[in-house]
Design a protein around this ligand. Sequence first.
Ligand code: HEC
Length: 252
Amino acid sequence: MKLVQAVIAILAGYAIISQGIPYLGSQLHHGTWPVVPTSLMKVYMFFVVVGVLTVFTFSEETKEELMAPIRAVYGKSSMVLVRMVVILLVSAVGAGVTYESIKPSFDSPVELRSIHPAPPSTISAYNKTINILTVTNPYRDDKENFAENVKQGGIVYYKNCFYCHGDKLAGRGHYYHGYFPVPANFQDVGTIAQLQESYLFWRIATGGPGLSKEATPWLSAMPIWKDFLTEKEIWQVILFLYDYTGHSPRVM
Ligand code: HEC
């Protein structure tokens, strides 16, 4: 029956757009499930419905077949009961949809997750208090030993970080697939290129557990490196991250 086919085609179109597009997105960017915005969904569905109607009314015969059940219900006097039921059903669905769309929601508001929350003003590490707002990388201006410090930072990186952040610093280490949120991609302009070195020091020293409340619900796997590395090693690995990627740290 043509009418049933048309309805199935429209539902299939809906399923492909509402699930297929997010699925493709999730394949491109592991760990995400992009949603098609409602406004776009309406535009797509408009074209799907118009497309289906165009196909099913292409010739006189198919148009007749599509219309036949509708005409049968609405045209024949013997169908009065069925007609009433159909009209009632359509009105009930319309009323239901309207009610759902205007009724106030009691859900808690969506939690906004901040990828780069404001750092705390101080952290305690290495038996002292380090002021994250003012501290700078003491090895950045040491031109004489710069190459050596970058090299040492590289050693720290390949001993400790590349399992997660990847051998090319692009966030694709061996363990990458196991984590959500995924390890940061330092090549991406959205990570260290936007941050001050002091910010990196805070993130590396205190890891996922050091994140502030506004960064939840992050179940970050980033370890607390102040328990494993010296202060110097952290500053050296920071030099290495910028040197390897070619990004410059934000200065203010
Ligand atoms: C067990 C896996 C793992 C290891 C090992 C690891 N990291 Fe991470 N790291 C993560 C994850 C996951 C994130 C993203 C979530 C977050 O921001 O905490 C992250 C985030 C970061 C960030 C924040 C980037 C940003 O844009 O905010 C920095 C900087 C960082 N890591 C540096 C390092 C350094 C340096 C090492 C080695 C000393 C290291 N990481 C080792 C998992 C890891």
